[in-house]
Design a protein around this ligand. Structure first.
Ligand code: AMP
Ligand code: MG
Length: 341
């Protein structure tokens, strides 16, 4: 299959381009499209044969369920028969946006989407191209991140092409994504509600609506498919969690040790520390004070290091609050390590 790439301006969307993409979805094909978090690999969520193509293209195990993307609140009622007021309060506050809700599923949903579970994960992405595509397709779109299984998620159309060329019919290219890490997944089928994956919406902001939400417990695999080694570049990733000068000294020491053994090293540093590793190839994900920027740059830096042939990537940590929880989760998973509690 040939992969077509179409550039699309999200501030001035050309309907013909959306129609072309929606035709592919309705005919059971695959379209990669931008969301505010990362690029998604979309198929008609109600067509099991189309959904199977997603798993095949990504090489994703069938026991890893997909998120269903919708464009209108009413669509939620078709996907779940158990939508309570509290669910709608969350929807009002956070949709469209990077919050995925896990609910009891309705009979309409093919088992392949939910990996046979009785629950379904749903979200409404905050991106005009994604919303137009879903509306024009007239069906919910099942979409995981548009990367190969276990690779860093794609934050640009080029990343999608690097992983899925000839495996997807069309890529809608609207430039870089804003948030850069995936959605927060909140399970509403347990009491108290629990975060299964930290992401673009922080625990602090969720607690403004529901004070007793259980935080993410990184020590356990709570959501199916949340494998320990995930989001990984080809290089070995080492995350150094100390602070201040201790962190800098440790990274320099580790980098020197690997360099002496002949390894090609990459360092991921915060803006204020970028000059502290003068012997090495440093990429900056953002200043400590701007975790949004750190999140937005993280996956593309991992991929850039891959392209440059880095064999060992040593990363600084960020403070574990707000979006920092999601960033640290992704870095720990990229390094193949379990999360701390
Ligand atoms: P992604 O590959 O980033 O789209 O993430 C999808 C993730 O959502 C899966 O790997 C699961 O961890 C989670 N997920 C999807 N559906 C469910 C569900 N019904 N219950 C719990 N977690 C789910
Ligand atoms: Mg993914």
């Amino acid at each position: 299959m040939q992969t077509e790439i179409i550039k699309i301006d999200s501030t001035n969307i050309e309907v013909a381009k959306i129609k072309q993409a929606a035709d592919i979805i309705r005919n059971g094909g695959l379209v990669a499209f931008p969301t505010e978090t990362v690029y998604g690999l979309g198929a008609d969520a109600l067509n099991p044969v189309a959904v199977a193509k997603i798993f095949e293209a990504k090489n994703r195990p069938l026991n890893d369920p997909l998120i269903m993307h919708i464009a209108d609140r009413e669509d939620l009622l078709r996907l779940s028969n158990e939508v309570y007021k509290i669910t709608l309060d969350l929807v009002d506050e956070f949709w469209p946006g990077p919050l995925t809700l896990v609910l009891k599923k309705s009979q309409d949903i093919p088992p392949i989407v939910t990996a046979g579970l009785e629950t379904v994960a749903v979200r409404m992405p905050d991106h005009p191209v994604a919303l137009s595509l879903i509306r024009e397709s007239q069906t919910p779109i099942a979409a995981p991140s548009a990367n190969l299984f276990r690779r860093p998620s794609p934050t640009s159309a080029q990343h999608v092409l690097d992983d899925l060329n000839e495996k997807v019919d069309l890529i809608l290219d609207a430039g870089k994504t804003n948030v850069g890490v995936e959605s927060t997944i909140l399970d509403l089928t347990q009491t108290p509600f629990r975060i299964l994956r930290p992401g673009g919406v922080s625990l602090e902001s969720l607690r403004t609506i529901i004070p007793d939400i259980e935080p993410y417990n990184g020590n356990k695999i709570l959501a199916p498919g949340m494998f320990i080694r995930h989001y990984s570049p080809k290089a070995k990733v080492i995350l150094v969690e100390e602070n201040g000068k201790v962190q800098i000294d440790k990274i320099n020491l580790l980098a020197s040790e690997f360099a002496i053994q002949g390894y090609c090293i990459g360092i991921i540093a915060k803006e204020e520390n970028k000059d502290k590793y003068s012997d090495f190839n440093v990429k900056v994900f953002g200043p400590t004070k701007n975790l949004n920027l750190c999140a937005a740059n993280l996956f593309s830096i991992l991929r850039e290091f891959d392209k440059e042939g880095a064999q060992v990537i040593i990363a600084e940590s960020v403070k574990e609050e707000g979006l920092g929880v999601a960033i640290m989760d992704r870095l720990r998973k990229a390094s193949g390590r379990e999360n701390k509690v």
